[in-house]
Design a protein. Structure first.
Lengths: 315, 118
């Protein structure tokens, strides 16, 4: 019971308190590390919650409980004397909650995967007909439209789609665009986004709700970095400016400050050569570990404090 | 993409290149590959059923022409794709998350300004 409570406290702490920490550190490290920090936090929260449930539904005492409970004897005594009967309903409640969450996850996952399938089918059935495939070295599908755009769709094989408007860019800039999109395909970013979206829809907690937007920003930065490495920073910058319409006469509609912030950040990073330098191993490690360690410390401290309080009460 | 799918694209290329309505025989002759008549006939039937082509009869043969210009079909497709949101939002990773409204407006300008072009 105490172990389960501690694990649950850890899971909840991560799910609630990690987002602010992650938001603060995610741009100070490389995009990939930022993504690892987010994904690691989500995995930790799920694992801790899952372990808590496992301990709760374990018939009798789970193996680890004996060790912990002997360490916090006062708390154990208190727990055992006060509610000897409540273990069963709690275990049932825990199992029930897991069942509900699993069902939600399954339903949302099916919806999202089907939607992705429909998009791929649309590309196979419609886009493949109206588009012209590029000759040689690249398999890009060109759509005849003046507004410069480019995007990628994952699948077997993944697709890169561009509009003829993109031809206004220089050869290097076009190459940077395609390198960016291929980086998305290589890094399986579409699948990552889908997974985060599924978790966000199925698990109601701040960490999972904040993850999709954060990961979306990070995958764009990662792809920008890849294109900058393969072609050049300036080519990627110029391409991004053009496609985002920063040079055009049309004023950008108030798409939301978040979009403009993201774009500004991407452009700034591409002009600043220091942005892609490795920060140093210690800072990176701390950055990834912090969102998980801090809540874990909170959890252990919570259980310890409860034990102290229990001892004080029972004496 | 399956073989027939690519063939559908090649057939539409042929039809969009010309202003005339074409018979299966004429399309067969226009394609670079050596194909069976029945293969092309199957493709034409598929395209007709999916609404890519319209057909009329000349003596006993059907003549096919595209249901829309390539530009019109492209604009429709782009509109459909840019409307992708909700569950399928992450299916397309755009280079820049430009304002969709500005894009749609630009697209509609593009559609009306182009007129019919093959």
């Amino acid at each position: 019971m105490i172990v389960a409570a501690g694990l649950l406290l850890g899971a909840v702490s991560i799910a609630v308190f990690a987002p602010p920490i992650l938001h603060r550190m995610m741009f100070r490290v490389s995009p990939r590390l930022g993504m690892s920090a987010w994904l690691g936090s989500m995995a930790a929260a799920v694992l801790l919650a899952g372990s808590a449930v496992t301990v709760m539904v374990w018939p009798g005492h789970a193996p680890v409980e004996g060790i912990v409970e002997s360490t916090v004897q006062c708390l154990t005594a208190l727990a055992h004397t006060t509610t000897p009967w409540s273990r069963e309903p709690l275990a049932l409640g825990a199992a029930g909650t897991v069942a509900v969450v699993a069902a939600r996850l399954g339903l949302v996952a099916r919806r999202v995967i089907r939607a992705a399938r429909r998009v791929r089918a649309y590309h196979r059935d419609v886009v493949a007909i109206v588009a012209r495939a590029s000759g040689g070295g690249g398999s890009v599908m060109w759509l005849d439209h003046p507004v410069p755009m480019a995007y990628s769709v994952d699948g077997r094989p993944g697709l890169v789609v561009a509009t003829e408007g993109l031809r206004a860019l220089s050869a290097d800039q076009q190459a940077a665009v395609f390198a960016h999109e291929r980086a998305h395909l290589r890094g399986r970013h579409h699948r990552l986004m889908r997974s985060c979206g599924i978790l966000a829809a199925a698990l109601p907690a701040p960490l999972f709700a904040a993850a999709p937007a954060a990961i979306r920003t990070l995958v764009e930065l990662a792809a920008d970095d890849a294109a900058a490495a393969v072609i050049s920073r300036s080519a990627m910058h110029a391409a991004l400016r053009t496609v985002a319409g920063r040079d055009g006469p049309a004023p950008s509609r108030p798409a939301g400050r978040a979009h403009d912030d993201d774009l500004a950040r991407r452009l700034d990073r591409l002009t600043d050569p220091a942005a892609a330098q490795p920060r140093g191993f210690r800072l990176d490690l701390a950055a990834v570990a912090l969102p998980v360690l801090l809540p874990a410390v909170v959890a252990v401290a919570g259980v310890a404090l409860a034990a102290v309080a229990a001892c004080l009460i029972s004496t | 993409m399956n073989g027939l799918g690519t063939l559908e694209a090649r057939v539409m290329d042929v039809l969009w290149e010309t202003d005339d309505a074409l018979s299966v025989r004429e399309i067969l002759d226009a394609l670079p590959q050596r194909l069976a008549y029945t293969t092309v006939l199957t493709v034409m039937t598929h395209l007709y059923e999916k609404g890519w082509v319209v057909r009329g009869k000349r003596s006993r043969a059907y003549l096919y022409r595209p249901a829309r210009t390539r530009a019109e079909a492209t604009s429709l497709a782009l509109r459909e794709l840019l409307d992708t949101s909700g569950d399928a939002e992450s299916a397309l990773l755009h280079l820049a998350r430009t304002a969709t409204a500005a894009e749609s407006a630009a697209m509609r300008r593009g559609l009306s300004g182009r007129g019919s072009r093959r």
